[in-house]
Design a protein around this ligand. Structure first.
Ligand SMILES: NC(=O)c1ccc[n+]([C@@H]2O[C@H](COP(=O)([O-])OP(=O)(O)OC[C@H]3O[C@@H](n4cnc5c(N)ncnc54)[C@H](O)[C@@H]3O)[C@@H](O)[C@H]2O)c1
Length: 258
């Protein structure tokens, strides 16, 4: 199949819904094979089935994965490598948020967010490189957040975890370059995007008011769509970005320009 990522084999975490599902659909529509890995295996299977219905059987696969568990990473990567005939793209997308300022956030929630958002990138990259070495050029795309670059008063664990992903991505880029691997590593920094991650806010203020409230913080005046991020992943997964590594792409409607 022709396309901007024809022949690529992408492993996407947190692909059962939201941004990860949009990324899987986008990469498959541009010729890649995709693995949708998620703690929500039913959701992951549904996304893979939908992609296979659109692009043919054997385009998408679904495997269960809790990104905080090393043994599950080892198993899922092995399965995906066999199913897709290799791995050339790793998208570390799974992530969570927990509210609470520095005085009210529990240690339990702090550790949970750090584990899902940061341990995931460490474990995924550590174990995926073994497979990616055999399928160069490769690309690692880490979904950080604009909250990894700009702090808020009420999201210490989310801020800290996404900042860690930002610098970890650069360290991985330098490691790969030093190893003379043609494997790039970059981070993406979205602002508010229309996915279920915003549901707690929608429940609190009502959908319209919640989205309007968030939109008022964005110079472009509204929140983003999942495809705004999926298109950036497509660019980073493709060889069009072959000279880009250790960089960050801010998709924030202008927030960081202020
Ligand atoms: N939507 C936004 O506004 C926004 C903005 C900036 C950054 N992000 C980041 O984008 C990424 C995707 O967010 P989203 O909006 O699609 O969120 P979402 O909540 O809609 O989807 C997250 C997915 O990750 C999965 N997941 C959660 N914990 C997991 C675990 N331990 N192991 C495996 N999978 C797990 C969930 O099952 C779900 O399918 C996250 O890293 C998030 O922090 C989102």
């Amino acid at each position: 199949m022709a396309g901007r990522v024809a022949g690529k084999k992408a492993f996407i975490t947190g692909g059962a819904q939201g941004l990860g599902a949009a990324m899987a659909r986008k990469l498959a529509s541009e010729g890649a094979k995709v693995t949708v890995a998620d703690i929500n295996i039913e959701g992951a299977k549904a996304v893979a089935a939908e992609i296979n219905a659109a692009h043919g059987k054997g385009t998408a696969f679904a495997f269960p994965l809790d990104v905080t568990k090393e043994d599950q990473w080892i198993y899922a990567l092995e399965e995906a490598d066999e199913a897709m005939g290799g791995i050339s793209v790793l998208v570390n997308n799974a992530g969570i948020s927990r509210g609470g300022d520095i005085e009210s956030l529990s240690l339990e929630d702090w550790k949970l967010v750090m584990s899902v958002n940061v341990d995931s990138v460490f474990l995924g990259t550590k174990h995926a490189l073994k497979y990616m070495r055999g399928h160069q050029p490769g690309s690692i795309v880490n979904i950080s957040s604009i909250a990894g670059l700009i702090a808020a008063h009420n999201s210490p664990s989310y801020n800290a975890s996404k900042a860690a992903v930002w610098l970890l991505s650069k360290g991985i880029a330098l490691h790969c370059a030093k190893q003379k691997l043609d494997i790039r590593s970059n981070s993406i920094h979205p602002t508010f995007i229309d996915t279920p991650i915003l549901d707690p806010l929608r429940q609190r203020f009502g959908k319209e008011e919640a989205e309007a409230k968030l939109g008022r913080q964005v110079p472009l005046g509204h929140i983003g769509e999942p495809d705004d991020i999926a298109n950036a992943v497509l660019y980073l997964a493709s060889d069009e970005s072959k000279f880009m590594t250790g960089a960050e792409l801010k998709l924030d409607g202008g927030i960081s320009a202020m």
